[in-house]
Design a binder for this molecule. Structure first.
Ligand SMILES: Cc1cc2nc3c(=O)[nH]c(=O)nc-3n(C[C@H](O)[C@H](O)[C@H](O)COP(=O)(O)OP(=O)(O)OC[C@H]3O[C@@H](n4cnc5c(N)ncnc54)[C@H](O)[C@@H]3O)c2cc1C
Ligand code: FES
Length: 254
């Protein structure tokens, strides 16, 4: 059973409007963490009892540090944005399953706040991957870091950088091909990625960032519809926090 661990904030800076890049000292979590997993961050305000799930953008096992990149969405993330070096935060993790099936030429898709977890994955792969990043506008947070480890294609909603449109428009415009696909982003984007994977006939893994409550598989607040029945509930459900957040795209209905 995972427990809450008090962790020290090492750095927290705004890297784009309302997007924060926070590093925390979390030795016990970092030593067992895998890319694609997430942590649950607890608010100090007891009126917000439920933890907020945030993906691992970076894992430094040697230093025992985690990097979390998050957007202010509401009160919880607004509170985390105010933390500064030396502050403490309670963290539970690592949670969820993480990415698998390495060793093939990969295309990674990241959309919006689904972009951060793809960075640690891109760094972990032996063969330089292709990465397609979808942003609203020219505030292309993390794109420079991706460019060091991957061939990067960008799509923007407003057309200010790269292809005007979504990540699939960018992938099709460039005629991208790969042997495996990984993606994290909003559900409509994941739907497009699933269809793209079916067109290419390659294994496709999607990481879902749906709403959660307990984060540890106990409350069923995060279930999505699955092809197979779940052994926990015996219905067509998968708990995103426990069986996910990464699923083979064919396993879940989007
Ligand atoms: C596995 C997982 C990994 C995640 N990783 C990241 C990450 O790396 N970076 C990041 O910025 N965010 C991530 N999220 C989303 C993040 O958890 C929510 O934005 C956060 O919990 C909102 O908390 P809040 O108190 O700030 O906002 P709340 O007051 O709880 O909500 C504010 C608004 O955000 C909406 N919202 C709440 N949770 C989600 C959600 N999961 N997805 C979409 N909308 C939501 C609410 O409906 C509401 O409109 C992740 C979510 C999951 C499930
Ligand atoms: S959030 Fe409670 S079971 Fe997933």
């Amino acid at each position: 059973m995972k427990k809450k661990i008090p962790c020290r904030v090492l750095e927290n800076k705004e890297i784009a409007k309302d997007i924060f890049d926070m590093r925390i000292d979390a030795k016990d979590i970092a030593k067992e963490a895998k890319c694609g997993q997430f942590v649950a961050l607890y608010s100090k305000d007891k009126s917000r009892m439920l933890p907020r799930p945030i993906s691992l953008c970076g894992i430094d096992r040697e230093k025992g540090e985690l990097r979390l990149v998050f957007r202010i969405a509401g009160a919880g993330t607004a509170e985390f944005a105010k933390l500064t070096a030396g502050d403490d935060i309670e963290v539970m993790g690592p949670l969820g399953n993480g990415f698998t099936d390495f060793g093939k030429k990969a295309i990674l898709f990241g959309g919006g706040i689904g972009i951060p977890p793809m960075l640690e994955l891109a760094k972990s792969l032996k063969e330089r991957p292709i990465v397609v990043l979808g942003y609203r506008d020219a505030e292309n947070f993390l794109a420079d870091e991706f460019a060091k480890v991957a061939d990067v294609y960008i799509a923007t909603d407003d057309g200010s950088v790269g292809t005007k449109g979504n990540v699939i428009d960018a992938a099709k415009a460039a005629g991208l091909k790969g042997e495996v696909i990984y993606a994290c982003g909003p559900t409509p984007m994941l739907r497009g990625v699933k269809a793209f994977g079916e067109e290419l006939c390659v294994p496709t893994y999607i990481s879902m960032e749906e709403k959660m409550a307990c984060g540890i598989g106990a409350c069923l607040a995060c279930v999505c519809k699955s092809k197979e029945t779940d052994e926990h509930t015996n219905v067509h459900n998968k708990r995103i926090c426990k069986e996910g957040p990464v699923f083979e795209a064919g396993e879940v209905e989007l």
